[in-house]
Structure formats: C-alpha cells, structure tokens
Design a protein around this ligand. Structure first.
Ligand code: 3NM
Ligand code: MG
Length: 508
C-alpha cells in the first residue's frame, strides 16, 4: 500500500456506475481514467449489495494497483477491510470518524466530507487524513441537502482550518471549464492550507473519452499550481507572510525530529530542536529505526560521524516509507573519496527531501569543485556558481537544496533565493551549520505542504537568532554567543516571530 502521508490527491476519481455511458463499462472507464493520469480512486456504490460490491472492489483494486494509485472505498468499512483497500471516505451521516479510526487504525486513509467550517474543524481535530469539501457547485450526481459553497465557500473552509497538516480536495459539479477557477480561487494567500486536488464523478465517469478528459484536467492542475506560485509564493513578501504561521505550526504539532548526527553536535542540536518547539531524539540503534519512523515528524541524516552507514540508510528508507521529510547534511562530503562515495550511497538508496550543506559540500556534490578541510568550507563561493550549483542539484535529485555560508542559497530547481542574514561569528562555533539543518528539519516536519518555504524559514530563524544574540550585552565571544543563540531561537519562535519579518534580507 502507498503510505497515506505521501498520496497525490490532485486528480481524484469518484465512481458512480449509474453514470457510465451505455457503450462503456465501469472498469473500462476507470482504466481509461487511470491512463489519463488519475492519482486516486474512490469506489462509490450506493445501491450495491455487499457480495457484488466486494467482487467489484477486487477488480478495481487490480486496476489501481497496476497503476500504483491508492483505492478508497466510500462509506463501507467492511468492504474496505475485506479487499484491503487503502482507506475509506465517510460522509457526515456515515460511521463517525472516531469509530472508523478505531476499526481501521492509523495505517489506513480516512477522508471526511465537509460542507462548513464546523464540520471541517471537527474532522481535523479527530484526525481525518483528508477532507472532501463540497459541494462546490450544483451537481445532478447527488441530491444536495445544502446550498453549494462556491469557490469562496471552499476558501472560507480552508481558512478556518489554517495549519491543518492533512490534505483537502473539493467536490461537486467540477468540470473542465471551472477547474482552474477553483484551484486558484479556492487557495488562499495568507494561509498555509491550500486545496490539494479535485474530486470528480460525472465529468470523468460519464465521459466518452475519460483518458482525454483526465489529461486535460491534469494540465489544468499543473497550470494552476504554477500560477499559484507566481501569484503568491514566488515573492519574498509571500514567504515572509507565511513565517509566523510556519513557526506556530511547529509549536502546535511538536513534531519528533529524529537525528542521526555527529558526536560533536548532538547536545547543541537537541537543545536547538527543543528551543523551536520540536521534540528531538538522537537514536542510532538500528533495532528501533522502523518504529521511530512511524512516529517521526522529520529525520536529520548528518554524515559528520560515519559509524554505521547501513543503519543511516535503513532509517532514511523507513522515513521515506512513512512520508517523513529526510534532511541530508553531507558534512565533509567533499573531503575524502570515502565521504564522496557515502553521499552517493545515501542519494542512490534513499530519497532526500532537503539537502543542506556548506559551499564545499554542495559544490562537491554538484561536481563544481568544492573542497573541505575537516568539515569547514574552504573559501567563498561566487554568486553565479552558487546559484547554478543549488539549482542543478535540486533538479537532479528532485529536492530542495540549500548551500549555507556568508550568504545562503536555497533552490527547489525552479526558484532560487539568496539569504543575506546571519552574523559571521556563526563560523566560530562548531556545529552551527548542523544546527541550521536541525531547525530546517523541525520546520519541514510541521510544514509539509511547502518544503522550500520550510527550508527558507529554518535558515532565516537561525541567522536572525545569531544577529539578535550578538546584540546582547553579555555576549563577549563564541562561548557566550553559543548559549545566547539557543535563547534567541527560543525567543523568536515563542515570543516574537515577527523578528523574521523585520530583519529578513532575502534576494532573488
Ligand atoms: N459528494 P460530480 S457532491 C459524491 O458535496 C459527492 O459531499 C458531494 O459529482 C458532497 O463530480 C458529490 O458529478 C457528487 O458533480 C459530485
Ligand atoms: Mg456517504
């Protein structure tokens, strides 16, 4: 089963056998839709008896498995369990979420239909994996008990659950003509909670060519996320608007952040993690890696101390399986042939969500030179080389790449930013780079909808904390700075998140 934390909700097909055209079959329509790019299927049969429902479910599951797409069953937990589907979708009049969760456990997806703010908040509190928000528009597929929400109604509901860590899809009356309007208009500016996809019945199931329709939906979805980024994410202002929310998300979720890190920084990094409101665990014993990954919010893979590389890889793979972000810090990555090979193994055998290193480490990974002596970077990197290196690496490994130094560069392969913050004294204490990695992981754990944003805010938080620490009277050098830095990490996140907004100096 695909882990439910990393399910793609963008094009969600909900079936209804009564809408299949007379010259087609339900299975045929589902298969064509899958070929067209459907990312999730819900089998919804309101009138079918249990036996035939299970028979049909098995056939649909064979199709969804072939296309590696999760299968959700509408309403019927017994059918979902019988065919080992990936989850259920429940309406407001179906089995309550709390009871359904008791029966299905946490490995199965549970989605809930919501028509207003109260229903949405309740579902979020009770731990719904995703919300189906609707009906957006009038639909003849289902008789509606309430007025359709419209695009603005969907947006209001999303705003009311700002900070929700799960997913949201909209449903009801969606077709090729209104999909873009909904994706762009239904997502909100100052909110981290955006629509993750569209759930569609008749426009796909009733189509004469479901594959063609799904391909068109897919390109509309791609276009609208692009314009969303350009409209309100591609500017520094937008990033800053998200800062205090992203900080709050960490404190609300108090995510566990598992570090396998080097001996030199364990204590400082655990304290820094606590200071921003997350919960550190520094285990290196392979026996508990799987169990930890299950509870984990994010993982730091710091290769400063390389005692047990196999366990590190095992842990990263387990976190991949549970959809947890993995942050790689390739400490000393360019220093020896051995370390170069280890970085390659990490990249080849597990999936990194974010790679964060210093100039020497990132340039070495990007095959653009880059030398380290010990774990510190040698020399400054010119802007053009830095931007190219982070961008190329991000594209190559499909992840976020950050290069820290006097100026920090961050890229998702498309957008690249330079952060001009941080006091030079950071270079005088050991492990300040590793601390940035820890804090980035804390933000990534609680802000999974935007890892670029999480990385930027993690770096900004440490940098600005260092500036504030140096302004303190009692700080006289690296030793006193080190404890003041932990104080300021705590102060920024717990008392004055606006400091980020006030002092940030980002260029792009
Ligand atoms: N649930 P179509 S509206 C199954 O409002 C369903 O919760 C809704 O079908 C809700 O895409 C709906 O054909 C039917 O309009 C949506
Ligand atoms: Mg129902």
């Amino acid at each position: 089963m695909a882990n439910h934390k990393c399910v793609d909700y963008s094009l969600y097909l909900v079936t209804d056998s009564s809408l299949v055209p007379s010259n087609a079959t339900l299975l045929g329509q589902i298969e064509k839709a899958l070929l067209g790019g459907v990312t999730l299927v819900q089998l919804r049969e309101k009138e079918m008896d249990t036996g035939p429902f299970i028979e049909l479910g098995k056939k649909v599951k064979a199709l969804t498995q072939k296309h590696q797409v999760p299968l959700i069953i509408n309403d019927r937990l017994d059918v979902a369990l019988a065919i080992d589907a990936d989850g259920v979708h429940i309406g407001q009049d179906d089995m309550p979420l709390v009871e359904a969760r008791k029966i299905l456990g946490h490995d199965k997806i549970i989605g809930v239909s919501c028509n207003n703010e109260e229903e949405a908040k309740k579902a979020v509190e009770e731990g719904a994996d995703y919300l189906g928000i609707g009906a957006v528009w009038f639909t003849s597929t289902k008789s509606l008990k309430k007025q359709p929400l419209g695009v603005s109604g969907v947006r209001r509901i999303l705003e009311s659950i700002d900070g929700y860590n799960g997913y949201s899809v909209a449903i009801g009356g969606i077709n090729l003509n209104n999909a873009k309007e909904l994706m762009v208009g239904g997502s909100t500016k100052g909110s981290t909670c955006t629509l993750n996809g569209l759930a569609i019945v008749s426009a796909i199931i009733g189509a004469s060519d479901p594959k063609d329709v799904c391909e068109k939906f897919t390109s509309i979805l791609k276009e609208s996320t692009k314009s969303l980024h350009q409209a309100d994410r591609n500017t520094v202002d937008a990033i800053l608007t998200h800062c205090s929310k992203a900080i709050k998300n960490v404190m609300t979720a108090t995510p566990m952040v598992h570090h396998i890190t080097n001996n030199v920084v364990i204590n400082d990094n655990a304290n820094a993690t606590l200071a921003v409101g997350a919960s550190p665990i520094m285990s290196t014993n392979r026996v508990e890696m799987e169990e930890l990954a299950k509870m984990n919010g994010a993982m730091v893979l710091n290769m400063g101390t390389l005692n047990d590389i196999d366990t590190m890889i095992l842990a990263a793979q387990a976190n991949n399986r549970y959809g947890n972000p993995v942050v790689l810090d390739p400490v000393g990555g360019g220093a020896t042939t051995f370390r170069k090979a280890v970085v390659q193994r990490f990249i080849n055998e597990a999936r990194m969500t974010i790679i964060k290193g210093n100039g020497g480490e990132i340039l070495s990974m990007a095959n653009r030179g880059g030398r380290s002596r010990g774990v510190d970077s040698l020399g400054n990197v010119d802007e053009q080389t830095a931007v190219l290196a982070v961008k190329e690496l991000a594209q190559k490994h499909q992840c976020i790449v950050a290069m820290t130094g006097p100026i920090d560069y961050v890229s998702d392969g498309v957008r690249t930013y330079a952060i001009h913050n941080g006091d030079p004294i950071l270079a005088c204490i050991t492990g300040s780079g590793c601390m940035v990695t820890s804090i980035v992981a804390c933000f990534a754990a609680a802000n999974r909808s935007d890892y670029l944003l999480a990385t930027m805010i993690g770096i900004l938080t440490v940098n600005i904390a260092s500036e504030l620490a140096m302004q303190r009277q009692e700080v006289r050098g690296p030793g006193t700075f080190r404890s003041a830095l932990i104080d300021e990490l705590y102060n920024i996140t717990h008392k004055s998140p606006d400091a980020l907004l006030q002092f940030a100096n980002i260029r792009y």
